[in-house]
Design a protein around this ligand. Structure first.
Ligand code: ZN
Length: 138
């Protein structure tokens, strides 16, 4: 298990998020139910979100990825000529948006974790090593 996350390559951290695993250790699950994240990693005790809403910026950005598919289709000439084609177009956008919700949420948590590593806040417990031992000792 990795204790110093900055030594883990960035693509590995992002893949851990996409796999819905803890971005630091890669072992602990991110979610306890559908998209309800654990407060902390059950394996390495990483706090996934320091404050409610910390990952919103990343969620908004990753939500735009499936929507970009629709924009690309319209850009390359897709036009709805009847209501069923229009409904199919919105289903085409809605299905990947819903089907990848957990993966995008995990990616958002991983991106927030990278943000916390590379733009450090001194009050963040993540920068104290070893994290688990120092968490209870201010
Ligand atoms: Zn972990």
């Amino acid at each position: 298990m990795e204790r110093v996350a900055s030594k883990v390559p960035i693509p590995t951290i992002l893949l851990r998020g996409l796999r819905r695993r803890c971005p630091r250790c890669g072992e602990g699950p991110l979610f306890r139910q559908w998209i309800h994240a654990h407060a902390r990693c059950p394996v390495c005790d990483l706090q996934y979100q320091r404050n409610y809403g910390d990952i919103w910026m990343w969620v908004i950005i990753t939500d735009r990825l499936p929507i970009a598919l629709g924009i690309i289709l319209i850009y390359f000439g897709f036009r709805s000529t009847n209501w069923s084609l229009g409904a199919g177009f919105f289903l085409l956008l809605l299905i990947p948006l819903l089907a990848t919700m957990r993966e995008r949420q995990g990616l958002a948590i991983a991106l927030d974790y990278l943000w916390r590593i590379y733009l450090p806040d001194p009050s963040d417990d993540i920068h104290r090593e070893p994290y688990v031992l120092n968490r209870n000792n201010p």
